[in-house]
Design a protein around this ligand. Structure first.
Ligand SMILES: [Zn+2]
Ligand SMILES: [Zn+2]
Length: 196
């Protein structure tokens, strides 16, 4: 019996092929583990609400390279950077990816190379992944869709009021009577009697 391939792997000998792939919540949960804006949610692990992805791809090869072209749709859930409530981020990306032998991969810090027509090609502009010529592993590509979608400071809404730093109440849904904290250095000065 043929050994079962890992998920998101396609044999080059099976190309060209049109394929769809599902990324379940357990997988999204796992990929986003350790990201502060995920961990801040305090969600169960695995989190059934972590997200979901669906790739719809045309995969083909030209002998030395393989290509994936299509769409990636789905969503993921992260924490709001102010109130820590869940923020749902939608994914709707067009994918155009080239798989090339490791030796041909542009290096990260390479100088931009001037192409024939004078256009500059930067390594980070190319969506390229290494492959061994036998099978394509789409996992790094799918993982990237989720990881790169997480903004530095996600917000549930632009006007999110955040949490009270003293009692922790969500100011979007409640109010508290906490006084604005006085800088302890100023408080000390207040009680100070200045010599006249
Ligand atoms: Zn918020
Ligand atoms: Zn408060």
């Amino acid at each position: 019996m043929a050994k079962e391939l890992p998920p998101y792997t396609v044999m080059v000998r099976d190309l060209p092929v049109h394929k769809t792939f599902e990324v379940p919540a357990t997988q999204v949960s796992d990929w986003l583990k350790g990201l502060p804006m995920r961990d801040a949610l305090g969600a169960p692990d695995p989190d059934p609400e972590a997200g979901h992805g669906k790739a719809d791809l045309d995969l083909y090869a030209d002998g030395t390279h393989a290509f994936a072209s299509g769409t990636f749709k789905g969503y993921l859930t992260v924490a709001c950077s102010r109130c820590v409530g869940p923020v749902r981020l939608e994914l709707d990306e067009k994918l155009r990816v080239t798989f090339m032998p490791p030796g041909e991969m542009p290096s990260e810090d390479a100088e931009p190379t001037a192409a024939e027509d004078g256009a500059e090609v930067l390594a980070e502009d190319l969506d390229v992944f290494a492959f061994d010529g036998e099978k394509i592993d789409l996992e790094p590509l799918f993982r990237e869709q989720f990881v790169l979608a997480v903004p530095y400071a996600p917000l549930c809404k632009e006007s999110c009021k955040g949490l009270c730093p003293q009692c922790g109440i969500d100011r979007n849904t409640g109010t508290c009577t906490c006084e604005k904290p006085i800088d302890p250095r100023l408080a000390a000065l207040k009680g100070l009697k200045l010599p006249s």
